[in-house]
Design a protein around this ligand. Structure first.
Ligand SMILES: *Cc1c(COP(=O)(O)O)cnc(C)c1O
Length: 396
């Protein structure tokens, strides 16, 4: 997955344009900037590649989720339904909005279980946030149907699945708003960065204004801009955008490498009858950033990850024990340990589920092993890796 593996001359050249002029900001300074508008150019390219009307580049994926919610009118006390398997950023963004993160179970897609979503809907629910973890997607048709039925916003966290598709449409473009991360370890990197995409022009304008202090971006004099509503600063720098622009131009090259390496590994593991692969919803195409599979039970999975690590196979993860990605280690969220006071609404909302067991999710996660698919492997390295993985896993 990490685009940084192939960082090179093209990224350096784009950055050089920015360093030449010294205009590190994405807005204004028209006379000094030698015509470079890296952030704007990247937005244009991203919208085109994702087949949507609008893209807004932001300072991170977390910022993208936050701005997406702000732009669609999410605020204090609103409930946002999200899965127990994600990155902490997803619920951080919800809490930043004064809204309530409502965690629910995943299924064998390793993303939101639509039935669990349905059961969690209350009259305060505003958003359903599927997180397309490790390169593959939730059952988006069903979630869309639920959103229509209850008049909810579908917000796709596609931070780990850029380039994947569902029924022919790019992930991120299917919900009302979709978010990407371009942090240092994602498929495309800006160093730090993120973006939201949408076909909704009203949400887009709000995102554009909100992420730059609520400035209305009218006219050519930045100092004279007005503030139709309160905003914040989630801007990306022109320097980060320059790197992302070079990387985004290479997205299809990166995806092709990921797919090739993924298929080599998968073909190998298919020889082992005890291994089952994560379910991809019908009509879905992964972005191939991770290869995810189930062992028959927790004990075998723990044994397998130990043996793989001992054999020197890096970048395979057992998320069930992971501090960043799975609910079991989110004590700070469940116990609501924040630096300052959380609102009563957030405290009550989290209190409603924080003692719940998520046994349906634990059933899948305790058996899951997830292997990162790298971009820099040589053909020989992938083949060696495959042979080594087969020999380790067959011994179990
Ligand atoms: C990386 C990631 C984010 C946050 O992105 P940052 O750019 O690091 O803030 C959000 N959600 C998921 C699923 C991620 O993997």
């Amino acid at each position: 997955m990490p685009g940084f593996e192939l960082f090179g001359d093209r990224e350096r050249a784009e950055t050089h344009d920015v360093l030449e002029s010294g205009v590190l900001m994405r807005y204004g300074f028209d006379g000094m900037r030698n015509g470079h508008w890296k952030a704007r150019e990247m937005e244009f390219l991203l919208a085109k590649r994702m087949q949507v009307k609008h893209a807004q580049l932001l300072s991170s994926g977390t910022a993208a989720l936050t701005v997406a919610m702000a732009s669609s009118g999410v605020g204090a006390g609103d409930e946002v339904i999200l899965p127990v398997f994600t990155f902490v950023a997803s619920f951080e963004a919800v809490i930043a909005m004064g809204a309530v993160p409502v965690l629910v179970d995943i299924d064998d897609t390793l993303t939101l279980d639509p039935e669990a979503v349905r059961n969690a809907i209350t009259d305060k629910t505003r958003v359903i946030m599927p997180v397309h973890m490790c390169g593959s997607m939730a059952d988006l048709d069903t979630l869309k149907f639920i959103c229509e039925e209850y008049n909810l916003i579908l917000l796709e966290d596609a931070c780990q699945a850029i380039g994947g598709t569902y029924k022919g449409q790019p992930l991120g473009s299917i919900g009302d708003i979709g978010c990407f991360s371009f942090d240092y370890v994602k498929t495309i990197t800006c160093g730090e960065g993120g973006a939201l995409i949408t076909d909704n022009t009203e949400y887009y304008h709000k995102a554009d204004h909100y992420s730059d202090h609520g400035h209305d971006h009218a006219g050519t004099d930045r100092g004279a801009e007005k503030h139709p509503f309160l905003g914040y600063n989630f801007r990306i720098s022109e320097l980060n955008a320059a790197i992302g622009l070079a990387q985004l131009r290479r997205i299809d090259e990166f995806l092709k490498i990921q797919e090739k390496n993924y298929n080599i590994l998968k073909e190998g593991l298919q020889e082992i009858p005890e291994i089952e692969f994560r379910r991809v919803p019908e009509g879905g195409v992964e972005n191939y950033s991770f290869l995810n599979f189930f062992l028959p039970d927790e004990e075998k999975a723990r044994h397998a990850i130990r043996k793989l690590t001992e054999a020197g196979i890096d970048a395979c993860f057992y998320w069930y024990d992971n501090n960043w990605h799975y609910h079991r280690k989110w004590e700070h969220l469940k116990q609501m340990i924040s630096l300052g006071n959380l609102s009563n609404e957030v405290q009550q909302g989290i209190g409603n589920w924080n003692n719940k067991s998520f046994s349906a999710s634990d059933h899948w996660m305790s058996r899951t092993i997830s292997c990162l698919v790298k971009l820099s492997w040589s053909q020989e390295e992938v083949l060696q890796r495959r042979e080594l993985m087969i020999s380790v896993l067959k011994q179990l």
